[in-house]
Design a protein. Structure first.
Length: 225
């Protein structure tokens, strides 16, 4: 009986460790009325922001006020997320954005990273892949899609030029969030995430297939009908 009492007493004074199931913190999105008037498909953005993996935003519309980057960084900040948004573009475009940050976008200045795509191609690719693998977000300006091309791929006659966003998507195994402008309005449409695993074949074939899929979104504008 004495031994039993000792064991009970020993058990009583032991620190009790309770194992709880590991749950990801709740990611809250509270899009404003203005956000909903500016964007369609916000549920697709929410899906990717809640995921621990990085992703790419392929912007094909000129967003003079950077409303989508602002929305993303605001949401990340509200949720104390470790993710950071990096804007990819040519030097002139990035210079304009940096200058404007001191006025209209001052409070967002420290929220963006900037990557000049006119630097050495391979070093930019390595930097982008590292950021994506860490779970960050790359926002590719429309002018970057025009001037930044995969040097390793030969552009064939009568064949579309592959997008660098699709090369990064395939190499890092992260989705692309394509965006475009709704027909007849300035409203930005966030399309369903384009997943790299949807495509088969060697790297070059997959990049061309995915590029064609993303390009097709521009040829089929969304209307209000």
């Amino acid at each position: 009986m004495g031994k039993l009492s000792f064991l009970l007493a020993e058990d009583y004074i032991k620190p009790k460790i309770y194992f709880q199931s590991k749950q990801a913190p709740v990611f809250n999105t509270s899009y404003s009325y203005t956000d909903c008037n500016q964007f369609d498909g916000l549920e697709h953005l929410t899906q990717l922001l809640r995921s621990p993996e990085g992703f790419i935003v392929n912007a094909f519309q000129i967003d003079y006020y950077q409303t989508l980057p602002q929305l993303i960084t605001r949401t990340l900040k509200e949720n104390r997320s470790y993710k950071k948004l990096y804007i990819l573009g040519p030097e002139l475009s990035l210079s304009i954005l940096k200058r404007s940050s001191k006025t209209v976008y001052e409070k967002h200045f420290q929220e963006y990273g900037y990557i000049n795509v006119e630097r050495d191609f391979q070093s930019v690719v390595r930097q982008c892949l590292a950021l994506l693998q860490e779970g960050h977000i790359l926002y590719i300006l429309p002018e970057a899609s025009i001037c930044w091309r995969p040097e390793s791929f030969q552009s064939l006659e009568n064949q579309l030029t592959p997008l660098c966003s699709t090369l990064l998507s395939q190499e890092a195994h992260v989705p692309i969030l394509p965006s475009s402008t709704k027909e007849g309005s300035d409203k930005v449409v966030l399309h369903e995430p384009n997943l790299p695993q949807q495509y088969v074949g060697d790297l070059e074939s997959r990049v061309y297939q995915q590029s064609e899929s993303v390009y097709n979104l521009l040829e089929s504008p969304v209307s209000d009908s």
